[in-house]
Design a protein around this ligand. Structure first.
Ligand SMILES: [Zn+2]
Length: 130
C-alpha cells in the first residue's frame, strides 16, 4: 500500500517536484560549495536555497512564521541571529564565486503557481527535451 512520507511535504521536496515537473534538471546539496546549496544548476551557474521561515528568519514584517519567540528571547535571538548571519555569509561567498542565488521561502509553498513563475524568471527557460 502506498504510504505518504512526511518528508515529501517538506518545502525542499515541493520545490524539487515543481522544478522537475517543469523540465529543470539540477544537482542536490552542492558539495564543495558554501553552505551546500539545496539545488544546484551547474550549467546556468545558479543555485536555489529553500529556507524554512522560522529557522532562517523570514522576518515578521514579511511572514508570520518568521517571528521570533516571545519567551526566552535572549537564547532565541542569539541562535536565530547566528543562522541569519551564516546564510548571508554563504550567499556572499557563492556570489563571489560567480553563482547567482535565489532564496525561496517555506511560506511561498502555499501558492506553487506563483512560486514556479518566480523560479522560472530566475532560472530562465527549461532546456527543451528531445
Ligand atoms: Zn515566510
Amino acid at each position: 500500500m502506498a504510504r505518504i512520507r512526511s518528508r515529501d511535504t517538506k518545502p525542499e521536496m515541493i520545490v524539487r517536484r515543481l522544478l522537475h515537473g517543469a523540465g529543470y534538471r539540477y544537482r542536490l546539496h552542492g558539495r564543495g560549495l558554501p553552505g551546500k546549496p539545496d539545488l544546484v544548476f551547474g550549467g546556468r551557474r545558479k543555485v536555489v536555497l529553500v529556507h524554512g521561515c522560522f529557522w532562517h528568519q523570514h522576518g515578521e514584517e514579511r511572514c508570520l512564521d518568521g517571528r521570533k519567540p516571545k519567551s526566552n528571547t535572549g537564547y532565541w535571538h542569539e541562535k536565530l541571529e547566528r543562522n541569519v548571519q551564516r546564510d548571508l555569509r554563504n550567499q556572499e561567498e557563492l556570489r563571489a564565486l560567480g553563482w547567482e542565488v535565489l532564496v525561496v521561502w517555506e511560506c511561498e509553498m502555499r501558492s506553487t503557481g506563483e512560486l514556479l513563475s518566480r523560479l522560472a524568471d530566475f532560472l530562465g527557460p527549461a532546456r527543451a527535451r528531445r
